[in-house]
Design a protein around this ligand. Structure first.
Ligand code: CTP
Length: 397
């Protein structure tokens, strides 16, 4: 993560209501160790104050080309040279048009024109403005000029209308920025992931499931995307948003998960089995709600297919990574599990520490022995795990 922590970004804010979200975006990026230099248009100052942005970024905010901040009045050159990327969020339709035509009539547009670094643009506007052929032409031109366009999203707009044009949420933009800066170690590599719990129906309203939140699996999907992988995520029921760029397929039962894994695994380079798959399903789930009676109730359970076992047993298996959640004897059980499953890498954790939590600690088991990934939030841990996977995967290919 060294590369990310030393990055510097100019955050350009233009005059749209989504400017209030730039405050949160700044906070998220600063928390990731990124240095943020804010440059705002005059119009942006009607929506959010430079004081707010200065407090969050810890740096003087630039607005005016003729301001007193720089002795040589060359803020546009100085700022664009001292940055690794420029992100414009929100980018209004007007500012996008300016970028397309190379107009430079204020500090922000001038420094964009003078840049020698990559630029990311997060459009934010009314849906009619977004759909206008002029805006669509402009966006196509920016893409052709090598600018990365982030969003926009669909949804309710500040004006009350519904449709495309909302700026992406700050968390999505922050993730996109982090992804942008990662070395693309898994470019062209297809990663298939299972995540979350499965749900095995007992009747129309009841079922057997477990407490997996899916957080670890989704964090691993995010970390793989950051490295440029093509990610297919087969997920049981969770409350989590799909990591931007992943192909998400929702399933309920282990049987549905197995079916989708069989379908996609033939075109997979790395299979990461994070899902907490139910080991058993109900032999005969009732289509109707079972009414209570005075006596007890016995359910017959049948074993579910071992999905990871199936994949690792294929004649030409992808690089397989398994997970083990243990409540005790972690080292012993995990090492045995890796051998039984015949997989090159297994990540083990203690259920008491992991389930539902935002952070975790992993012990990795591979041919070389054990490696402890110390307690960290699940995204950090996922990135460290991916680095280990890349090392082993590259060695074998
Ligand atoms: N797994 C799977 N299909 C199953 C069960 C588990 O693919 N039907 C995968 C999990 O995603 C995980 C690993 O296998 O990667 C866990 O191994 P397993 O031996 O099934 O673990 P537990 O179910 O925890 O086994 P036990 O209950 O015996 O500890």
């Amino acid at each position: 993560m060294e590369q990310i922590q030393t990055k510097r970004i100019v955050l350009g804010i233009t005059g749209g209501i989504a400017a209030y979200k730039s405050a949160e975006l700044t906070r998220l990026l600063v928390n990731q160790g990124i240095q943020i230099q804010v440059a705002m248009t005059e119009a942006a100052c009607h929506f959010i104050t430079p004081t707010t942005m200065q407090a969050l970024s810890g740096k003087q905010v630039f607005i005016n080309q003729w301001g007193e901040h720089t002795a040589n009045h060359m803020a546009h050159i100085n700022l664009s040279r001292a940055t690794d990327a420029i992100i414009i969020a929100p980018a209004t339709a007007d500012f996008i048009a300016k970028l397309v035509h190379g107009l430079a009539d204020d500090l922000l547009s001038t420094l964009c024109l003078a840049r020698n670094c990559p630029m990311l643009v997060a459009p934010a506007m009314n849906r009619q403005m977004w759909e206008n052929p002029a805006t669509q032409r402009n966006i196509q031109q920016l893409v052709a000029d090598g600018v990365t366009i982030l969003g926009p999203a669909n949804g309710t707009q500040a004006c009350g209308e519904e449709g495309m044009g909302r700026m992406l949420e700050p968390s999505e933009l922050a993730r996109a920025v982090l992804t942008f800066f990662q070395p693309k170690l898994l470019s062209g590599v297809k990663v298939l992931l299972t995540a979350g719990p499965t749900y095995e129906a007992i009747d129309a309203v009841r079922g057997i499931t477990n407490r997996s939140s899916g957080k670890m699996g989704y964090a691993i999907a995010q970390a793989a995307l950051e490295l440029g992988a093509e990610v297919t995520l087969i997920s049981g029921p969770t409350a989590l948003p799909c990591p931007h760029g992943a192909a998400l397929m929702n399933i309920t039962s282990a049987a549905e998960m197995f079916e989708l894994v069989q379908k996609h695994v033939t075109d997979t380079d790395i299979f990461i089995s994070v899902a907490a798959v139910a080991d058993y399903r109900v032999a005969q789930p009732s289509e109707q709600k079972i009414k209570k009676s005075t006596g007890g109730l016995t359910l017959e359970l049948l074993p579910n297919p071992d999905i990871l076992g199936y994949v690792s047993g294929l004649p030409k298996p992808p690089f397989c990574v398994g997970f083990a959640a243990e409540s005790h004897n972690l080292y012993e059980y995990a090492a045995t599990k890796r051998k039984t499953k015949k997989i090159p890498l297994l990540a083990a954790n203690l259920v008491q520490q992991a389930i539902g939590a935002d952070d975790n600690e992993l012990v990795l088991f591979d041919d070389a022995g054990e490696h402890v990934l110390p307690r960290a939030n699940k995204l950090k841990l996922a990135r460290a795990l991916l680095q280990h996977i890349v090392k082993l995967y590259r060695r074998g290919n």
